[in-house]
Design a protein around this ligand. Structure first.
Ligand SMILES: Cc1cc2nc3c(=O)[nH]c(=O)nc-3n(C[C@H](O)[C@H](O)[C@H](O)COP(=O)(O)OP(=O)(O)OC[C@H]3O[C@@H](n4cnc5c(N)ncnc54)[C@H](O)[C@@H]3O)c2cc1C
Length: 106
């Protein structure tokens, strides 16, 4: 069995690890932070930290990249799309990012 060491447990590292593991590699993921997920669980802008939780609003469509990879790995997850993928508050009005781009025009 071949060994693979992956530096970084963000979605990129975890996905790579899962794919290598499917192909018979023994995988070790080294993560510098206290948790896996990378900027999928939080992100930083200037001095601010946004603990937004899972931010994946895109990629789980039928032919979306994450959906394709999950199918390839044989992982069944009950995924349902949120119409409003992200809402940023703290301004005079909330800023929303919708799945359906035409909603931004309303
Ligand atoms: C608000 C927001 C919304 C988004 N929405 C979507 C979406 O809907 N769909 C989508 O597909 N993408 C989306 N993205 C993008 C997606 O989240 C990122 O592209 C993805 O999470 C990047 O993953 P990564 O593994 O490449 O990098 P990162 O998430 O940055 O992970 C890198 C990891 O490596 C670790 N690391 C760094 N250096 C070292 C080291 N020397 N040793 C060990 N560990 C180390 C870090 O701690 C981190 O955990 C969104 C991003 C944001 C901010």
């Amino acid at each position: 069995m071949e060994n693979a060491i992956i530096i970084g447990g963000g979605i990129g590292g975890l996905t790579t690890g899962a794919l290598l593991s499917k192909h018979g590699y023994k995988v070790i993921v080294l993560e510098a932070g206290g948790e896996v997920g990378g900027c999928d669980g939080k992100f930083f802008k200037d001095l601010f930290s946004f603990p937004v939780g899972a931010t994946f609003g895109m990629g789980f469509e039928e032919e979306g990249i994450h959906n394709k990879i999950l199918r390839y790995l044989g992982i069944n997850v009950n995924i349902f799309p949120l119409s409003e993928a992200i809402r940023i508050t703290g301004f005079s009005a909330p800023l929303s990012i919708f799945q359906n781009r035409t909603n931004h025009l309303k």
